[in-house]
Design a protein around this ligand. Structure first.
Ligand SMILES: [Zn+2]
Length: 255
């Protein structure tokens, strides 16, 4: 844990830990046992673990294993997480919160929403993903893109999608009951994800004592129309206090 530097650092194991628990909604006992052994090993070594899981109807298999590990080696401080879970229920988020497990949420429905609408229907899409439900429960949420296999890496496309719930074709999908506001979305995207990376004491917000990581944007994220948010880009970007990108009036800052 923590190997390498702040630009690229080893943050535990995950996404695909064992094949028996990857995109398998009916794992056998031996699959769960195999996953349990590795998860327990990770816990014993103080490692973070994140696991890809799609549908809520089978998430109990994963949560059962996490709860079993937690009984032997407490995982509450290790910042484990579940990625995706786009139809998660309040009950699932409650179980995650109790274990200290965070939720990594992405804008997969921006590109996949139209296809998913055909297979799952408009009602299911209204709460995909159930961002406000997870917030109400109090689960820690880190927002991202899952780029490049799933989505564009541009955070402003993801932020617009968090606020309007529309697919790339402009089809309204997620409903207002699962739509966070601008500040909530930005916090999930910054501090929330910094928490997943064990970085929330050094980045994720602009505060004395944290790194000077900041971007000067073309437009005010908080006041422009939501549909214009995906057009925002940075005109001055600082990483660790150093200017790494500058354009237009800011070019002089680049050394
Ligand atoms: Zn995944």
């Amino acid at each position: 844990m923590g190997f390498s530097d702040s630009m690229l650092r080893f943050n535990g194991i995950g996404e695909r830990v064992t094949f028996g628990m990857y995109n398998n909604d009916t794992p056998a006992d031996k699959d769960k046992e195999e996953f349990f052994k590795i998860a327990k090993l990770a816990a014993e070594n103080g490692m973070t673990l994140t696991q890809h899981w799609q549908p809520n109807f089978s998430i109990h298999h994963l949560l059962d294993v996490f709860e079993r590990v937690n009984k032997e080696v407490p995982i509450g401080k290790l910042r484990w997480s579940i990625a995706h879970l786009n139809d998660g229920t309040e009950e699932s988020f409650q179980r995650m919160k109790k274990l200290g497990i965070g939720w990594a949420v992405q804008d997969a429905m921006f590109l996949d929403g139209d296809k998913t609408l055909t297979s799952k229907g408009a009602n299911a899409l209204k709460r995909m993903p159930p961002i406000k439900t997870a917030m109400r429960v109090g689960a820690t949420i880190g927002a991202g893109t899952d780029a490049h296999r799933v989505a564009n890496y541009n955070p402003f496309i993801a932020l617009r999608w968090m606020l309007d719930g529309k697919s790339a074709s402009g089809t309204p999908l997620r409903g207002p009951e699962e739509t966070p506001d601008r500040l909530q979305s930005l916090r999930m995207y910054t501090l929330g994800s910094a928490w997943l990376a064990h970085d929330d004491t050094s980045r994720g917000s602009l505060e004395v004592g944290k790194w000077a990581d900041l971007a000067v944007l073309t437009k005010d994220y908080f006041s422009i129309p939501v549909q214009d948010i995906d057009q925002i880009h940075s005109v001055l970007t600082m990483v660790g206090g150093k200017v790494v990108h500058a354009e237009g009036n800011y070019t002089a800052f680049k050394k």
